[in-house]
Design a protein around this ligand. Structure first.
Ligand code: NDP
Length: 294
């Protein structure tokens, strides 16, 4: 990072916790590669201070921020303008300060789609997709895939009510034709795993139900694509179970990286220097691995 001065623009990550975040590394590598006089910092915020922190972006004339768990929905009331999709899915992960007016949007869904295409360039959204989870990230992924041409979705969630709410939203606002909603427990999960070639896992923990269904003797995951949106550990228990039955697995690093590229472009108005940003991330992860921290 070049030396900061009175003209340095600043960007933040708002969330709690944020000390694990790789976003500062990715964005600062981008600023450096393009010679932009800007800095990106992670700011842990208490829930009671969220409004003050967001309004502080205006007071400090910050360029903007990313928003992470648990505030992606809670920030919305503090914004001056929210993009249609982010409003629909009630999730904002990027705020841009447009001359004092705070504009919120979400790059999570598009980031996931870019990660998917990078991992499987020929993937066809004509096939049904299984999405496990109905939280903020699942809503972003489902909405974007449906906008991009997905016609049939299997939606599995612990709370069926939440899955049904998401299903209604998708069928009302996107071209999605069919959405099967299923609880996490029961035979439906295995049927959905069998019916779909793309499986997106968006729970914050390893669900035993999913591990068990994947590990059933007669289940064949050959050629299936299994994305866990988490990236720490690099291989989660459900990813291991999916790989064990032949699926090709990916963690959430692709999503993290690609949502960051899109946010960077919104912040700076410039194409993100993808290669340099990726190299910085790769070097960091290699070092962490060498030192046994991941
Ligand atoms: P949310 O809190 O919005 O959603 C949580 C989901 O997990 C809900 O579907 C919830 O079900 C379910 N859930 C929570 N606890 C349990 C449990 N004990 N048993 C079964 N289901 C449970 O989280 P997000 O959607 O924001 O994030 C989900 C994951 O994706 C996180 O691990 C997050 O780190 C990761 N993520 C990664 C990103 C990246 O850049 N790689 C970006 C965004 C998210 P219910 O509705 O029943 O409560």
């Amino acid at each position: 990072m070049k030396r900061c001065n009175a003209k340095t623009a600043y960007y933040f990550l708002l969330g709690n916790p944020v000390d694990h975040s790789l976003s500062p590394l990715i964005h600062n590598a981008g600023f450096q590669a393009l010679g932009i006089n800007a800095v990106y910092l992670a700011a842990p915020v208490e829930a009671v201070d969220l409004g003050t922190a967001v309004k502080g972006l205006q007071a400090l004339a910050a360029g903007g921020c990313n928003v992470t768990s648990p505030f992606k929905e809670a920030v919305i009331p503090y914004l001056d303008q929210v993009a249609g999709e982010a409003k629909a899915i009630s999730s904002v992960n990027t705020i841009v300060n447009r001359q004092g007016s705070l504009y919120g949007t979400s790059t999570d869904g598009e980031g996931f789609y870019h990660a998917l295409i990078k991992a499987a360039p020929d993937y066809c959204l004509g096939n049904p997709v299984l999405l496990i989870g109905a939280g903020g990230s699942a809503r972003a992924v489902a909405y974007t895939l449906a906008q991009k041409g997905l016609k049939e979705l299997y939606l599995v969630n612990r709370s069926l009510e939440k899955a049904e709410k998401l299903s209604a939203l998708l069928q009302e606002q996107t071209p999605l034709n069919r959405c099967h909603t299923l609880p996490l427990t029961g035979a439906g999960l295995k049927e959905a795993l069998t019916a779909c070639y793309l499986i997106v896992y968006s729970l914050p923990l390893d669900a035993g139900e999913v591990e068990n269904a994947l590990s059933e003797k007669d289940f064949n995951g050959d050629g299936k694509l299994f994305f866990d949106l988490r990236y720490s550990p690099a291989e989660t228990m459900v990813m291991k179970a999916a790989a064990g039955v032949g699926a090709i697995t990916h963690n959430g690093l692709g999503l993290l990286f690609r949502q960051a590229l899109l946010a960077f472009e919104l912040f700076t108005g410039r194409a993100a220097p993808e290669e340099q940003m990726e190299l910085a991330l790769k070097r960091y992860l290699e070092k962490e691995q060498q030192d046994g921290r991941i």
